[in-house]
Design a protein around this ligand. Structure first.
Ligand code: ADP
Ligand code: MG
Ligand code: MG
Length: 908
């Protein structure tokens, strides 16, 4: 006995999306809660898998399909293939994960020479009948028979030319009849066979084709991009649905709606519809639809029904729904619902408001928002101060602003985008085959289609800016031109689009950073309440620290002091310190640096008070503060040349004046002394040069060889602490030592801390509290964690260096030379510099945590590498019992939510 392959909408389990696909499961569910869904049935994804690559659906499946077709005929009161009262169906794809537009659907199936007259007779509407027929031939031809769309479009254009009309709507019944005949001819020519007349043959071929579309190029690319694995969705189901028609007259319509506004999250009717049109017309963006609010005036009774439909959907699903409907001669049918794809703003707002409305719990709200998507909220918007006149206006289809060069096709967008050029994809309308262009583009601009057009839906899902339906622009892909009211855009011209207003501007516009909504604040407060991990920020300047506090960081987990030395007023002092040839000279330079560092720390402490601030002592090799040898050689060569020119110039000048040249011409002297300085610096650079600086003289090794440097830094931290305390500011400094390999290094530095602390405590007559800890970023530190923990009060995994150490890769070389190939060919699952390598480095980390806590049960452990802001890596940190993660300030909100997810998912 094989399993049941076919379920009527009345009997399928609405929760079983793996078997029935999302679309099928929801069609079942909606039927069962009493919504008006046209009758139909679902053929399971399992049935699709049994067909595999075979050319047709197994006969066992078709037997069940036939018996369900008979049941369908009874329900609808029509007969499949009947010349007098024909039943037409759609054959629709739908997998467990929504992949909008990535797979195929065939409409109006069941039409042939025999049934068409029946349809014409019944509807008394020739135009409608032939329109349905030609649409069916084209869709079936394309999807089931592989006939290129362009061949049909050519015929359609030819007929329109002959008829002297621009749009399809201008074609009369006779034109559409001719067109159907031409389409049949195209199929015959392309396939060498007549178009299939037998309706069950049509059905079997359509089902096979829809199953096959799962492995189509578009679908495969989409799954790869969005990491949809076979456990998430394994094949598509097929839905066979009795056709209803939105194109039989002006009492018909078709539309797409969201139960809440997917751009803002507002709790209001949202969507678009077209009168006298078939469903695909809205999505394809061929005609620009009307906002649903207009239906209230145009079809008040149906609008009321639509509001009721929307309310039922939300009350049942407790989640924002995106639904498709069709009105056939005054009757409303719901054709699909799914969880609405929204941008992060709307996601956050609807989740929080649904908690307030009592529809869902706080935990559900937290889990509903994907942490990585919060990054969208950190997108900039346009700074519109000053006069800027838009050159075109479209619909605000996906919020956010973006600038880039105009590019008129997806392939070119991909090529340019890959090479790092910012591009805006400009199209009349987009189709699923343009998807690779979306990935590469900063934003999308179309001249046709509405807020539910393909371009809009896909851009919103990706969090990219989109302006759709900018009808004032005439876009010509062939000549690569867009012309509008007094403006011509060539390929390569830079434009800015504002997906929040629909405006298009010439050139690159200034942007302002995003702000935090109240709903986001609320959601993140809930996140903090459940999260086991604390989220700290990596911040090196008072500005970054201020941002970190705004984003809700509970402290600073990494303050890199070297960044403080790079400002133009400090670098010369740093250079002086490095160039010093004696200990005294070095100390003099350090004495000048001390007050500057102290002031830096005081500022940081003030901003962060009363939160902890972890300061890392100097880490990079010293030559990073000096120009490169090549730079110096070039400078010296240029100076020699200037010297020559200057001497010649002076000589000429004095000759012209008729006086003799003085011995000490001022200009020569200056140049000579600069050359000497540069040469001294060059010698130092050569002296400091290392074969492999990453693994060379840096971190604590530097602190050990030049103890005065670390002493200056420690003194600055402690004095800043004492002074802040004097001012009544609470501060909790923590000193962290980089690149440690042995506890003896820690002991050495700690002795310096203790000595200075005692001294400063006496001087300021205050007790200071300062934690002392170690970075864990060498393999030996992991192996020796138990002994390190005897000296350190906390550990912080520096996962950037630790990744390099674990793999013995240098990051730059790896990423530019071989890592892309490694990940593409699945030798490594991901780039370990972006996603924490749980398998390898994770084992080391786990061991270090265990060993560390063995000797020091109170040891605080965290992570401060880039991984600290990556949701999956945060999950792992939570699992191995870390106390905190520290990441860049803008990622703090992402990390806070990810930390909550980690706890919630673990407790499941
Ligand atoms: P997609 O997954 O690409 O949205 P669908 O299977 O939903 O594809 O179908 C494409 C379009 O055809 C949609 O607008 C849908 O509403 C419409 N459609 C599908 N089946 C029917 C039907 N039985 N009657 C009327 N319209 C239909
Ligand atoms: Mg659909
Ligand atoms: Mg490091």
């Amino acid at each position: 006995m094989h399993p049941k392959y076919v379920y009527a909408f009345e009997e399928g389990d609405g929760k079983n999306t793996q078997l029935l696909g999302g679309k099928g499961a929801n069609l079942c569910e909606m039927t069962q809660i009493g919504l008006n869904v046209p009758p139909g049935f679902v053929i399971t994804a399992a049935a699709g898998r049994t067909s595999g690559d075979t050319p047709s659906v197994p006969s066992g499946v078709m037997t069940e399909v036939r018996s369900h077709m008979h049941r369908l005929e009874k329900k609808v009161g029509k007969a499949f293939g009947s010349p007098t009262n024909p039943l037409l169906v759609s054959v629709r794809s739908g997998a467990a994960m929504s992949m909008p537009g990535m797979m195929d659907t065939i409409l109006n199936l069941g039409l042939n020479h025999a049934t068409l007259p029946g349809l014409l007779q019944q509807t008394k509407n020739e135009r409608f009948g032939y329109d349905a027929y030609r649409r069916f031939i084209q869709l079936f031809g394309k999807v089931a028979l592989g006939v290129p769309d362009a061949l049909f479009d050519e015929q359609c254009e030819a007929i329109k030319r002959d008829a002297g009309v621009k749009a399809d709507a201008g074609l009369r019944a006779s034109h559409l009849r001719d067109l159907s005949a031409r389409f049949l001819h195209v199929v015959q020519q392309q396939t060498g066979q007549p178009f299939p007349e037998d309706v069950y043959e049509q059905l079997a071929m359509a089902i096979t084709a829809v199953f096959r579309s799962w492995t189509g190029k578009r679908a495969v690319a989409y799954r790869r991009e969005f990491h949809i694995t076979p456990t998430m969705a394994n094949g598509t189901a097929v839905n066979v649905v009795a056709m209803v028609f939105g194109n039989m007259g002006d009492d018909c319509a078709t539309g797409v709606g969201f139960t809440r506004n997917p751009g803002t999250g507002a709790n209001e009717m949202y969507g678009e519809y077209l009168v006298n049109a078939q469903g695909e017309d809205v999505v394809a963006g061929l005609r620009t639809p009307k906002p649903v609010q207009e239906m209230q005036r145009e079809m008040p009774e149906l609008y009321r029904q639509l509001v009721a439909l929307r309310n039922t959907l939300e009350a049942h699903y407790h989640e924002v729904q995106e639904y498709e409907y069709t009105i056939e001669q005054g009757t409303l049918y719901c054709l699909q619902t799914r969880n609405g794809k929204m941008n992060a703003v709307a996601m956050v707002r609807t989740a929080v408001e649904m908690v307030h409305e009592g529809l869902i719990s706080k935990e559900q709200a937290l889990l509903r928002v994907n942490p990585s998507e919060l990054e969208q909220l950190l997108h900039p918007c346009l700074d519109l101060r000053g006069a800027h006149t838009p050159v075109a206006q479209g619909l605000p289809a996906s919020p956010g602003a973006a600038s880039g060069q105009c590019v008129f096709d997806a392939d070119r967008a991909e090529i340019l985008g890959r090479s790092g050029v910012k591009v805006i994809l400009v199209r009349e309308e987009t189709k699923p085959e343009d998807i690779h262009g979306f990935f590469a583009a900063q934003g999308i601009l179309t001249s046709r289609g509405g807020k539910t057009s393909h371009a809009a839906v896909v851009a919103r899902g990706m969090g990219k800016a989109c302006v759709a339906g900018a009808e004032g622009l005439h876009i010509e892909t062939k000549t690569r031109l867009a012309t509008g009211d007094g403006v011509t855009l060539h390929e390569g011209d830079v434009i800015t689009i504002d997906g929040s207003t629909g405006h298009v501007y010439l050139g690159e516009m200034p942007m302002i950073p995003p702000h935090f909504s109240d709903e986001l604040q609320t959601l993140l407060t809930w996140a903090d309440d459940v999260a086991g991990l604390e989220v700290l920020a990596n911040a090196d300047t008072p500005e970054a620290a201020t941002q970190a506090v705004q984003y809700g960081a509970m402290g600073i987990g990494l303050c890199r002091t070297e960044r403080m030395f790079n400002a133009s007023d400090r670098l010369p002092l740093m250079v002086e310190m490095i160039l010093a040839s004696t200990t005294e000279e070095r100390q003099q330079a350090l004495d000048k640096l001390l007050p500057i560092q102290r002031e830096d720390f005081m500022q940081m402490f003030r901003v962060m008070s009363p939160r902890p601030v972890t300061v890392r002592l100097l880490d990079p090799p010293m030559h990073e503060f000096l120009p490169s040898a090549q730079q110096l050689l070039d400078d010296i060569a240029a100076l020699h040349e200037e010297y020559r020119v200057a001497v010649k110039g002076q000589t000429t000048a004095f000759q012209a004046l008729g006086v003799s040249l003085p011995d000490d011409a001022p200009c020569e002297e200056l140049i000579t002394s600069v050359i000497a300085k540069k040469q001294q610096m060059l010698r130092k650079v050569q002296e400091l040069s290392e074969v492999n600086p990453m693994l060379g003289h840096r971190g604590v090794r530097l602190g050990i060889t030049y103890p005065a440097i670390y002493e200056m830094q420690i003194r600055a931290i402690l004095e800043a602490t004492a002074r802040c305390l004097q001012d009544g500011i609470q501060v909790w400094p923590e000193i962290m030592v980089p690149q440690v390999i042995t506890a003896r290094e820690l002991v050495r530095v700690k002795q310096a801390v203790e000595a200075l602390q005692q001294h400063i405590e006496t001087q300021y007559r205050r007790k200071l509290v300062c934690k002392f800890g170690s970075m864990i970023e060498t393999v030996r530190a992991c192996l020796q964690a138990d002994t390190l923990a005897e000296v350190a009060e906390f550990f912080s995994f520096g996962t950037n260096d630790l990744t390099q150490a674990t793999f013995s890769f240098s990051r730059e070389d790896a990423e530019s030379k071989f890592l892309p190939l490694y990940t593409a060919s699945q030798l490594l699952p991901e780039n370990p510099f972006e996603v924490l390598d749980v398998e390898g480095m994770g084992t080391l980390m786990q061991m270090a945590v265990a060993k560390g806590r063995q000797t020091n049960p109170l040891l605080k452990v965290g992570i401060c590498g880039e991984h600290g802001g990556h949701p999956a890596s945060i999950r792992f940190c939570s699992q191995i019992g870390l106390n905190y993660v520290s990441c860049s300030a803008p990622r703090v909100p992402v990390a806070r939510l990810a930390a909550a997810h980690a706890t919630l998912l673990e407790s499941r």
